[in-house]
Design a protein around this ligand. Structure first.
Ligand SMILES: NC(=O)c1ccc[n+]([C@@H]2O[C@H](COP(=O)([O-])OP(=O)(O)OC[C@H]3O[C@@H](n4cnc5c(N)ncnc54)[C@H](OP(=O)(O)O)[C@@H]3O)[C@@H](O)[C@H]2O)c1
Length: 210
């Protein structure tokens, strides 16, 4: 597998976990931040192949962009890239956000915002499990599953490759763009079990077959 240049916008719990897994796998990580002297996840700079840039430069340097911020931040992030259409052309955007409580109006999710306002290939992925499971996706020797939805086959191929590189057992295709909101509801199902029903954050989904 060829190493990819990956921009990480949002280096908190989720972006930090995936940046760490992917840098360990040999990918180049271009962190895109508002303030290079002060941002959550600055210790990621101790990881291999990892540097911090402005959001615009991180995206310019990368073929893949992970968005792992609060959903409403997308209205600031896209203008920070410069001209959205040319800045995002030929790039794959992976939306790991959950907009169930705060959607970027008038769009239902960040996926829909990106599809409407960029030329990127967009996929929703890495939103359905806790960040602890992204840091360590292996339970009793078995990789847990992650899920993806969207209309771009190219973006789905990249998301699946990166899911396997991060150590997930599989990246299950949840369907096209009309299933993106359902995938966010699926994230709520994990949150419900982990937090409201008290099972704790060390739980995960795996698709079983027979
Ligand atoms: N936590 C989980 O287990 C989990 C699991 C699945 C999906 N998610 C989803 O993933 C997203 C991130 O969650 P998280 O827990 O990783 O969040 P977090 O730890 O609070 O990190 C948020 C990150 O977003 C950045 N950010 C905030 N506003 C920004 C803006 N206007 N422009 C650029 N960057 C901005 C912050 O940068 P600064 O350091 O500069 O403030 C920080 O790096 C959310 O949409 C959440 O619903 C979370």
């Amino acid at each position: 597998m060829n190493a990819m240049n990956i921009a990480i916008i949002g280096t908190g719990n989720v972006g930090g976990a995936l940046a760490t897994r992917w840098s360990t796998h040999g990918h180049t990580i271009n962190i895109g931040v508002r303030d290079r002297s002060h941002f959550k996840g600055s210790s990621l700079l101790n990881n291999a192949h990892t540097q911090a840039f402005s959001i615009q430069e991180a995206v310019e340097r990368s073929e893949v962009v992970l968005v792992a911020t609060p959903p409403l931040a997308i209205v600031d992030i896209l203008p920070a890239m410069g001209d959205a259409s040319s800045a995002t052309s030929d790039k794959v955007f992976i939306d790991a956000t959950n907009a169930v409580r705060h959607a970027p109006d008038p769009y239902k999710t960040v996926y829909h915002y990106l599809v409407a306002n960029t030329s990127a290939d967009v996929v929703k992925c890495f939103n359905t499990t806790g960040f602890e499971n992204m840091l360590n996706p292996v339970y009793n020797g078995v990789g847990i599953d992650v899920f993806m939805a969207g209309d771009s086959a190219k973006a789905k191929n990249i998301a699946k490759t990166l899911a396997l590189d991060a150590g997930f057992g599989d990246c299950i295709d949840f369907g096209k763009g009309d299933k993106v909101e359902l995938l966010e509801q699926f994230a709520l199902a994990w949150i419900n079990l982990a937090i409201m029903q008290g099972h704790g954050r060390n739980i995960a989904f795996k698709l079983l077959r027979r």
